[in-house]
Design a protein around this ligand. Sequence first.
Ligand SMILES: *Cc1c(COP(=O)(O)O)cnc(C)c1O
Length: 411
Amino acid sequence: MGLNTKLIHGNGVSKEKKVGATNVPIYFSNAYAYNKAKDLENIFSGRDIGHVYTRISNPSIEALEKRMVAVEGGVSAIATASGMSAIYLAVMNILTPGDEIIASSGVFGGTYNFFKNLKQLNIEVKFVDELNEESLTEHITPKTKIVFAETIGNPKLDVLDIEVVSTICKIKGVVFMVDSTVTTPYLIRPLEYGADVVIHSVSKYVNGSANSIGGMIIDGGSTKFNSERYENFKHYTKRYRQFAFSAKLRNELGKDLGAVMSPMNSFLNLTGIETLSLRMKRHCHNAYQLAKYLQENPKVLHTNYPGLETSEYYPLTQKYYAKEAGGILTLRVGSKEKAFQLIDSLKLISNVTNIGDTKTLALHPASTICNGNTPEEKEQMGVYEDLIRVSVGLEDMEDIIEDLENALGGL
Ligand SMILES: *Cc1c(COP(=O)(O)O)cnc(C)c1O
């Protein structure tokens, strides 16, 4: 089955049996009744499967999880309340005090700051500018439990060499987690390149219309949790085999934290995901056109888009994405004042801290998502005082360009 078919029919979850509804019903029910006490005992003890309580599972949420597994591959998916809770749950499912994690320094600001805060739990994070054989060999120790990176960093727009990193992680026996929010399964399916776990903020492109916050964790099912490095997975690998990661997550932290996606949001995401390919194609096309335009505008000092021939990541972009390098670009205009002035002069494009919407959005990351970071940290994240991030929407290109042209003209 091709990707577009999977996005719409994946895992057969679009077929509701009772009345033949063509959309997955929204099960607004916290709990589920069973005839016999034994029935619930069987489910709680793991002998049977079934829904008992929505903090644990729900048919509407399960439908989205199954759709994501159909699209990304892997064995199991867990929908969460937000992209951040997906990242929290995925990494804390593995980490214990004293552990280390290696992360690309270009990760999303929220992720960067969360990882920094792990110090309180005596977990050390090593931020690395470029994940490659050399840097990984240098930084991986017996305490390293996770290598974490984004396919294309937001907003650094650095392109991950996913094949190289997954090869090293496999050799060293370290779990490789990939946040694919910016690329979506339309552009890349990280499990196919050897990632162990894929994470999405579905709030962005999967949802597509910015109408609900949500996250997703997809378990590739091929992780070898060697028992020396991953003491805490011994029981789960023995009992659940390829489902070890997701079984532990569902049995422990998932239940404990209760950061589940709402059934309503699952419905909205199931609607959104059907059109993912169409939208991504246009997001990418528009972003490339806009990047080309900005590159020629003398008021713009630097345009960063991984699909531009001038990008330092262009060879990696070609390897993984060809010209469709996502819907995000950044531009630098010389000073914070000019960046603010530009944002203030935009009429069609909104000043919004979000990406992946149908609408074109502009943001000054240094004063917003990276507000609490030091200048050194900002630089590591590829964020400068004069930098503006644009999440390019689906409008007609001429209108987006006209808006930016007018605003740039006033600088
Ligand atoms: C937005 C974003 C997140 C966080 O997701 P939320 O749904 O806002 O919690 C994580 N990673 C990336 C790359 C993002 O863009």
